[in-house]
Design a protein around this ligand. Structure first.
Ligand code: SME
Length: 153
């Protein structure tokens, strides 16, 4: 098992315990954001974008520099994840057509879709940026998808 895989395993167990005490989904997302941002190396921006009733993708709880509040529709990495309904890993954001640069220091990015457990529809995504190039790989997809599974949505 890689160092990153075992780190995700530890954090998942820690979050499983912490989320037992979360009163609602908002508290769960805030706790996930805090743990990931402070315990994973190279996470420069960590947060959630959720679809609202108008179909806009709006920023929710996050840690890191101030981010775009609403993401221009069908543009960039988060919308690619929403439209394709699958995780997106971008090794170099400057080469991603339509990438929305909320902060010019970001160089790579991963976005994980969030599906409602009630009806399976996509409700938003977890978005993480790194100042490093190629910071994310399949280990992050697996680890972060497992963590998103902990959400009661
Ligand atoms: N880069 C994202 C926008 C959100 S920020 O990374 C926080 C995108 O292209 O959708």
């Amino acid at each position: 098992m890689s160092k990153k895989q075992s780190r995700y395993e530890r954090l998942t167990e820690q979050l499983r315990e912490l989320l037992k005490k979360s009163p609602n989904t908002q508290a769960e997302m805030a706790t996930i954001t805090a743990i990931l941002h402070h315990k994973m190396p190279d996470f420069f921006w960590t947060g959630f974008y959720l679809l609202n009733e108008n179909g806009d993708l709006c920023v929710n709880t996050y840690q890191g520099p101030v981010a775009c509040q609403i993401l221009a529709k069908n543009k960039g990495v988060c919308w690619a994840c929403i439209n394709q309904k699958k995780p997106i890993v971008v090794k170099n954001v400057h080469e991603f057509e339509g990438h929305i640069a909320c902060d010019s220091r970001s160089n790579s990015e991963i976005v994980i879709p969030i599906f409602s457990k009630k009806n399976g529809t996509i409700i938003g995504c977890l978005d993480i940026d790194s100042e490093k190039f190629s910071a994310f790989d399949d280990d992050d997809v697996v680890g972060l998808t497992g963590i998103i599974e902990l959400l009661t949505v």
